[in-house]
Structure formats: C-alpha cells, structure tokens
Design a protein around this ligand. Sequence first.
Ligand SMILES: Cc1cc2nc3c(=O)[nH]c(=O)nc-3n(C[C@H](O)[C@H](O)[C@H](O)COP(=O)(O)O)c2cc1C
Length: 215
Amino acid sequence: MTDTTLATERAEAFEALANSRRSVRRFSDITVPEGVMRSALRSAHLAPSSNNLQPWEFHWVRSNSPLREAAVEACLSQPAAATSAELVFMVGRPDRLQDRIAKMVVHFEAEENVATAAYYRDNVSMNVEAMSIEKRNAWVDKSVALAAAQFMLAIKASGFDSCPMEGLDPEKVRTVLGLPETATITMAVGIGEGIPQGLYGPRFRFPFDDHCPRY
Ligand SMILES: Cc1cc2nc3c(=O)[nH]c(=O)nc-3n(C[C@H](O)[C@H](O)[C@H](O)COP(=O)(O)O)c2cc1C
C-alpha cells in the first residue's frame, strides 16, 4: 500500500470516528474497562497546549469511588453524570503555570537548549504574569478543552460514548475534589456505553460552508 493510500484510509477512518462521536446523555450498566479509561486519558495528555504548559488535570472519579455521589450532584445530577459508568473532571490549573514554566526551564537546561530555557524564563513567565486573571483562565481553558476533545474521541475509538458537561456547580466540584479556588473547571465528561434513549435527537450542524470561509 502506498503512503498516500494509507494516509487517505486513515483520514477517512478519522472522519468516520469524529462523525460517530455524539454527546450521549444516558448510559447502560456496562462497565468501562480501566484500560480504556487509562488509554483515553493518555491520549488527552498528548493534546497540544499553549507553550506546551499542559495546564490540565484530569480528575477521574471512578465508578466505585466514595466521591461518586457528590460528584454526580456537582454535575447537577444530569443524566449524563448520574447514569455514567465513569466521570472525569477536566480541570485547569492557572495557579500552577509558573511552576510548569520553571519545570520547562529545568527541562531545556538539561537538554542544553539555552535559548528555549531563556525564552521560558523571561518571555513566557512575563507574559503569563501580565495577563488578567480572566484572560489567564480563558487561556488555560482553551488548552484543557482541546485535551477534553481528544479524550472523547479516544473513548469513542474504544467503542464507548461520552458527554461533555459544563452544566455543573464549580464550587461543589472544587469541594468534592479538594481543589483550590484558583482551579478552573472546564467541563466534566460522563463516560459509558450509550443507550439509544441517550441520544436526544439526530445530529445537527449548520451548513459547513457557512463556517469555513476559504481564502
Ligand atoms: C463545553 C461543552 C459543554 C456542554 N455541556 C453540556 C451539558 O452540560 N449537558 C449536556 O447534556 N450536554 C452538554 N454539551 C453537549 C452539547 O450539547 C453537544 O455537544 C451539542 O449539542 C452537539 O451534539 P453532539 O456532541 O452530539 O455532536 C456540552 C458540550 C460542550 C462542548
């Protein structure tokens, strides 16, 4: 098989995967294998992030966790949380950016990449410091959301379903997970085997061309 044929097949398979992912709000009693969760979380961790600062944390409330009930409640007891087999909170840590920058400096110094180490120490650190809290939180949220998208596609690739939820009480989530006020809760994701009643309607998208001007 030529590389081009392989690439086309992969692209078609990826589009089919993206097309098959839906937000499913009700799940069966089937459990999700731990390996599926771990693999999808590792994929999420491979998401791109601004300045590669990886500002995310994936707080996985497992099916048998003592935190489960309170975590579902923090998701306003939405069916996508209440019937999920597993729940993951996609959390941003703007408060840990400077620490991650310092680690980047150490990383690049160890690689004897003086210029990049200096870039993190001087430019990135200053840019982050100069941002308002709102801007910094939004900046972090962007990268966390990319990780969440990657996670949900990986879950679908393993034959399971998911639903992202921003309908949640961030204060309650922080309390349940023991997170500081400074942590941002980008979204929760319910995971499980979707059931037909979990699809609230056919997929709807506005016309593609309206969303994709070309130059
Ligand atoms: C950031 C974000 C937050 C969402 N919050 C909720 C939510 O709280 N509850 C819910 O049932 N669906 C939620 N959704 C799912 C959307 O309603 C869904 O993605 C949209 O209707 C498109 O459907 P599809 O994902 O099946 O293509 C959310 C989606 C995103 C991306």
